[in-house]
Design a protein around this ligand. Structure first.
Ligand code: HEM
Length: 445
């Protein structure tokens, strides 16, 4: 594991052990980014359920493996403002980093558009269906693809169309967003060629484009799409929110709307390629329904595709850790946590924990197909819970089911199935967002 062999000293902060092995400047970030599951398991085994991880420039976060930690996301004395502290240049002014009234005001401006009714009224499923079909047909024609690059492009195209932005230079946008994400883990050294400088340049580039989209949305009254709705809602709000806040939130939506879903979609294809029985079950379902669903109401006809989406996310959650700050002293598991403590809530750990799931390391569609009770917050913990629960949940569900059915119909018609052309374990990343290796290739034959 990427830990500093010279840092073996056992230290305590507020009576809680600090994980040994931090490097100067970057702390445990190399191990967090490349090997988070092993790091968490080793820390729990050697230090217990509460320990400090060093996030380099973002400082120490007290990580708690006790399932109580998940409930903190709903706790009134826990704040999201730390998110801004960790990534000020990326998330400052965005709703994900706000609490209380300010958060509600920004969320209210967009939330209806992402609920099943809003998505159906805006015809989002009809908008996406031809784009998804064209993309999987292109994969079929090419015979093999570098999967994460492809799903990243596809997801950007979908989120751009939902926002009402003309889609051009998608690989360029994708590259800029990857550089932007590096701002979360960049060492605080601002020199040409280093991640901090590149990330800032990427943010300036993205923001300049977004400001132009906002100006266009104001200038063309007839424009449709979410940007237009957001501009109207922000302009209408009592204490009008500034364009900086509007642009920051659009930047967040584009990021949230493509990075995480692209990773999940790529993992789905990888799982379908390495487990033929999953592919067979999906093809059977796709043939039965016969067409790609376009409305939320139709998703119930695709339980296998839905189970694939839920089980893929359970084993490969795209968001692995959530930061929070305790505003008051809190009880967490067996410990009192002082006010002001910076907390890390390890979604990855809960998502794959034996406390919550039987045979947690196995990919089992049956755990979703055979359940009789409705989905509970803990069943979709990969999307968080409480006031900040992911706004894109219903959208992701729709687009991933559409994608699965389109893939199965297209490939089956051509008499081919997905096959893994490279190893899966090397090159995985877990932070700031998790994704499979950028180089994994999938063949269709
Ligand atoms: C597989 C895909 C996705 C995953 C795993 C995911 C995960 C999450 C998680 C864990 C949070 C909670 C953050 C927190 O509590 O601090 C969140 C929030 C958020 N997500 Fe997603 N997300 C996904 C897709 C999307 C999509 C498609 C969109 C929009 C188009 C989106 C937009 C947002 C926004 C705006 C927030 C902030 C909500 C708030 O602070 O009130 N996400 N997401």
């Amino acid at each position: 594991m990427l830990l500093n062999p010279l840092n073996r000293r056992h230290r305590l902060r507020h009576d809680i052990p600090v994980v040994p092995g931090a490097f100067p400047l970057v702390g445990h970030l190399p191990a967090i980014v490349c090997d988070l599951p092993r790091l968490l398991r080793r820390a729990e085994r050697t230090l217990g359920s509460h320990f400090w991880l060093d996030f380099g420039p973002a400082g120490h976060l007290m990580t708690c493996m006790d399932p109580d930690a998940f409930a903190l996301l709903r706790h009134k004395d826990v704040s999201s403002a730390l998110i801004e502290g960790i990534a000020p240049e990326l998330l400052s002014g965005t709703l994900v980093a706000q609490d209380g009234g300010a958060h509600r005001q920004a969320r209210d401006a967009i939330k209806a558009a992402f609920l099943p009714k809003g998505l159906t009224q805006a015809g989002i499923g009809d908008l996406f269906e031809p784009v998804i079909r064209a993309r999987v047909q292109a994969w079929r024609d090419r015979g093999d693809v570098t999967i994460l690059r492809e799903t990243g492009d596809l997801m950007l195209k979908l989120i751009f169309s939902l926002m009402g932005i003309p889609a051009q230079d998608l690989p360029g946008w994708h590259r800029k967003y990857r550089q932007l994400l590096q701002l979360i883990v960049a060492p605080p050294v601002d020199l040409p060629g280093l991640p901090l400088r590149r990330g800032r340049a990427a943010r300036d580039w993205i923001d300049a484009q977004l400001r132009q989209f906002v100006r266009d949305a104001r200038a063309h009254a007839a424009r449709t799409g979410l940007i237009k709705d957001m501009v109207s809602a922000f302009d209408r709000s009592d204490d009008a929110l500034s364009d900086d806040v509007l642009v920051a939130n659009i930047r967040l939506l584009l990021l949230g709307g493509h990075e995480t879903t692209a990773s999940t979609m790529a993992w789905m294809v990888i799982e379908l390629a390495r487990q033929p029985v999953l592919w067979d079950a999906l093809v059977e379902e796709a043939q039965r329904v016969g067409a790609v669903p376009t409305r939320h109401a139709d998703l119930a006809q695709c339980p296998v595709a839905e189970a694939l989406f839920r089980e893929t996310l359970r084993l490969h959650p795209a968001v692995t850790l959530l930061p929070r700050r305790a505003l008051q002293e809190l009880q967490l598991g067996q410990r009192r946590i002082p006010a002001g403590t910076h907390l890390c809530i390890p979604l990855l750990h809960f998502s794959t924990s034996a406390l919550l799931h039987e045979a947690p390391d196995q990919f089992r569609l049956a755990r979703w197909l055979q359940r009789t009770e409705p989905i509970r917050p803990v069943d979709m913990l990969q999307f968080g819970t409480g006031p900040h629960v992911c706004i894109g949940y219903h959208l992701v569900w729709l687009e991933l089911v559409q994608f699965c059915i389109a893939l199965a119909l297209t490939m089956h018609k051509a008499g081919v199935r997905p096959r893994l052309l490279s190893g899966v374990e090397k090159g995985r990343r877990y932070y700031p967002t998790a994704h499979p290796s950028m180089t994994i290739r999938i063949g269709f034959s």
